[in-house]
Design a protein around this ligand. Structure first.
Ligand SMILES: [Zn+2]
Length: 452
């Protein structure tokens, strides 16, 4: 009957093995361009299946497309049900300019205590740690009351229609669990001398608004004969830039600002002052407070004109919109109607890319996550605050089918978040985080699934 501490000690002894596993995963270039055929996540899933088989853990690969498989592994407990799901994804975003990288992006080079490569942090670090966590539980003959499930999905970076979205829709049994942890939270913030971890409890909504601006075509040599849609675009852009979103401080994070040594009670009136005050000490916290206190409306693409000598008759402006959990489509339409009021020849439509979603914060599961993080990094002074993230992950699919899902990765506080560069040049993960994350996943499973 291994104690939890002996399992955590074993992780330290296996640091080289953890790094090598991460390197192997990063070296499989599972790039997801968003256009089929793409991803080839099956190669990652097969690698994991074989690696797990070597540990005596069974898994299977399920996919809507044979090249885009999802990995599902189960470490059974005494009970036939699995209680906890460890989630991650196998695809990575493309590399924009490989020549700007210090090391070849799929070389998984180790330098300065970090592993460099596309996907090193997002999301192969978490996948590595979760694989090693179930392996350590298995190798040591830990007996669980209830089982643990490890699911790594395809296509997270392009909406999850081949991954968790498809699994939730067509194979919900493959996700069977009450509780889950995934990317999208669990970051450490140092502020006012406190170490605060942000537990991911939800996500803002993401929508695309397509605004069509109409004019009337004419030969460009006699422009007065027509009506240039470009000038309507100019006015629309000016108004969007001047748009002042309604401010709101009702998300739970705002009830926990004292954890960051911020003494002001936040209100819609003073929130921008608080943001300005936080900014010099901690830019990322300031950005988070700003994103969680308002809807954003951001023009991102313009399409229009047919010929260099024709007055354009129609132009389409695309905007990215991020809504707070309680702001619905009717709310967004009211805002847009006000912004575009009186502009002639303007219509728009709204597409949901991701609906906002949340899990409750005050749960026994959250307490287990806090204990897991504390033992993983050996610190008793951690503070916590619930965060809604401004991006979205596969967690929306599992929250939708009733699984309490937290963004929690077990990152190490001494691992500089500025170096991870997720989706950017020189993406990397700290080896410290590979190790603390493995420990956190073990501790969480041991605790939540009744290990002994
Ligand atoms: Zn990711």
């Amino acid at each position: 009957m291994p104690s939890l501490q002996s399992l955590l000690d074993e992780v330290d002894h296996r640091a080289d093995e953890i790094v090598a596993l991460e390197q192997d995963l990063v070296r499989i270039p599972s790039i997801n361009t968003g256009f089929m055929p793409t991803g080839n996540e099956t190669r990652v899933a097969e690698y994991c299946r074989d690696w797990l088989a070597g540990e005596g853990i069974e898994s299977r690969i399920l996919g809507r497309d044979p090249e885009r498989g999802n990995l599902i592994a189960v470490l059974p407990g005494r009970d036939s049900k699995t209680r906890l799901m460890l989630m991650s994804h196998t695809d990575v975003v493309p590399v924009e300019n490989a020549s700007k990288w210090r090391f070849e992006p799929f070389s998984a080079t180790v330098s300065g205590g970090r592993v460099y490569g596309r996907g090193a942090s997002d999301c192969k670090q978490l996948l590595t740690s979760q694989l090693m966590a179930v392996a350590v539980l298995k190798r040591n003959g830990v007996r669980l009351e209830q089982g643990v499930r490890l699911v790594s999905g395809a296509d997270e970076e392009h909406g999850g229609r081949w991954g968790f979205g498809w699994l939730a829709d067509k194979h919900a049994e493959s996700l069977e669990s009450e509780l889950a942890v995934n990317e999208g939270g669990g970051n450490a913030v140092e502020m006012g001398g406190n170490l605060v971890y942000l537990l991911g409890i939800g996500e803002k909504g993401r929508l695309e608004v397509h605004i069509r601006l109409k004019g009337e075509s004419a030969h460009a040599s006699v422009p007065w004969v027509g009506k240039n849609a470009g000038f309507v675009l100019a006015e629309a852009l000016k108004r969007i830039e001047a748009y002042k979103p309604e401010l709101d401080t009702s998300l739970p994070l705002f009830d926990y600002l004292s954890e960051f040594a911020i003494e002001d009670k936040p209100t819609p009136k003073n929130v921008d002052r608080i943001v300005a005050h936080v900014e010099p000490e901690n830019r990322s916290l300031a950005t988070l407070l700003r994103a969680l206190s308002r809807m954003t409306l951001t023009p991102t693409m313009v399409k229009g004109g047919v010929k260099s000598n024709s007055v354009p008759e129609s132009i389409e402006l695309t905007c990215d919109v991020r809504t707070l959990p309680f702001q619905n489509e009717a709310y967004l339409r009211k805002q847009l109607d006000a912004v575009l009021a009186g502009l002639e020849g303007v219509e728009y439509d709204v597409d949901y890319m991701s609906v906002p979603n949340t899990s409750p914060y005050k749960t026994e599961f959250a307490e287990a996550v806090k204990r897991a993080q504390a033992v993983a990094i050996g610190r008793k002074d951690i503070r916590w605050a619930p965060m809604v993230s401004n991006g979205f992950t596969d967690s929306r699919f599992t929250r939708n089918i009733g699984i309490v899902t937290y963004g929690f990765k077990g990152v190490h506080p001494d691992d500089d978040p500025a170096l991870t560069n997720v989706h950017g040049t020189n993406e990397s993960t700290g080896i410290l985080t590979l190790i603390s994350s493995t420990k956190a996943m073990i501790a969480l499973a041991y605790d939540v699934c009744g290990g002994r």
